[in-house]
Design a protein around this ligand. Structure first.
Ligand code: DP6
Length: 379
């Protein structure tokens, strides 16, 4: 007999960034963070977990990612497996009639509906899906917050992908990580008209990984102390308030300031780390021009540990935001023509901004706020 369970999990993009670990082994952060979960119609991981007494014990656990065999021996993946098995074993000990799934090898098959190489937080969706799929397979009664503590050990940002909508990762203070978990600030339906435009920018060479980059920042940046002690706590408060009140200008200002603050600590790292490139900076100029032309804040940029720009805006401002970007970029690869049909914008951008964006943006993804992991029968 083969036991099987499947789930999807979404990508999330932080508006108050996680950057820094106080415990690299347990992935305990130096600050709380907050993200928007993006729609799975455009970005999601689908993972099926199965186990069977007939699976080879010698081969053990395995993972096929986008059709290719992938490593499960890494310490972070192992930590997730161990935590989930321990919880299943406890259920089996309490009820001897349950099949001993905890003793069987687990096979995972995982697929992204977007290019993994695009640098789009695929590890967050990946670890959230891995944890949710095995928890479903093991029929664990654990809540999403409980599971977020396991996913966190896979990749910090993954803990926020256990929920839809607007999600906070509370840093916690316990040494064992028992209070470092995600919770939902608001459902997607609370503020459903939040949209995100992802400008995929191809990096010339692969940058510093977030894991290593944040360790270097913690070790060498003086600015970082200011960020974790003052800037982020204030941004967390302002952001939660902005979301509760559906106050887009406040949401946008905190989002842009927090991204700037995070990249400033990267520049203050010694030697410095640069994730944004000229194309990223042109995207910032474009957002500023769009906001100036609208006479109010209609768009907010944010950047993770790479050059891609994520621009948040509200549905009603699609014309001002998407119309302008489309004017500049035209029908580039991956753009969904139906969604932008009839949109025109008269905002004209600086010549240098226009040519830099045209040369550097390889793909556009239009999406919006979405739901958390969904159990599925699709294998
Ligand atoms: C800039 O979650 O990828 O995207 O815990 O080492 O796996 P690890 O790091 P990861 O870092 C994400 C950093 C960020 C900000 C964020 O998503 O909050």
């Amino acid at each position: 007999k083969v036991y099987r369970a499947s789930t999807t999990a979404p990508v999330n993009i932080a508006v108050v960034k996680y950057w820094g670990k106080r415990d690299p082994k347990l992935n305990l952060p130096t600050n709380s963070s907050l993200s928007v979960t993006l729609s799975q119609a455009d970005l999601r991981t689908l993972t099926t977990a199965s186990c069977s007494a007939s699976y080879s014990a010698a081969e053990g656990d395995s993972l096929i990612l986008n059709g290719e065999p992938s490593d499960v021996a890494g310490a972070r993946t192992q930590a997730c497996f161990r935590e989930l098995r321990t919880r299943r074993a406890a259920l089996e000990a309490a009820d001897p009639s349950l099949p001993k799934l905890s003793t069987m090898p687990v096979h995972l098959v995982s697929e992204n509906n977007f290019p993994t190489a695009a640098g789009l937080a695929s590890s967050a969706a990946g670890f959230a899906a891995l944890v949710r799929a095995i928890a479903n397979l093991y029929e664990l009664p654990a809540s999403p917050s409980e599971l977020s503590k396991i996913a966190r050990q896979g990749s910090g940002s993954a803990c926020r992908s256990l929920f839809g909508g607007y999600v906070a990762w509370r840093m916690g203070s316990e040494a064992d990580g028992s209070d470092s978990l995600a919770d939902q600030v608001a459902e997607a339906a609370h503020w459903p008209d939040m949209r995100a435009l992802v400008l995929v920018v191809s990096a010339a060479k692969k940058g510093v990984s977030s894991t290593s980059g944040m360790q270097q920042t913690v070790a060498t940046s003086g600015l970082f102390q200011e960020r974790i002690s003052k800037v982020v706590p204030q941004n967390m408060d302002l952001m939660e308030k902005a979301i509760k009140e559906r106050d887009f200008p406040a949401f946008a200002e905190v989002t842009m300031r927090d991204s700037n603050s995070f990249h400033a600590t990267c520049a203050d790292t010694y030697p410095p780390i640069f994730y944004m490139n000229d194309v990223s900076k042109a995207a910032i100029r474009a957002v500023e021009a769009i906001n100036a032309a609208a006479g109010r804040t209609v768009a907010a940029y944010t950047f993770d540990a790479g050059p891609n720009a994520v621009i948040y805006y509200l549905e009603k401002d699609t014309e001002a935001v998407v119309g302008t970007i489309h004017n500049v970029l035209g029908d580039i690869d991956g753009w969904k023509p139906a969604a932008i049909e009839g949109l025109k914008s008269t905002v004209s951008l600086d010549e240098g901004v226009t040519s830099t964006l045209k040369a550097g943006v390889s793909r556009i993804i239009m999406t919006g706020v979405g739901e958390g992991p969904i159990k599925t029968d699709e294998y």
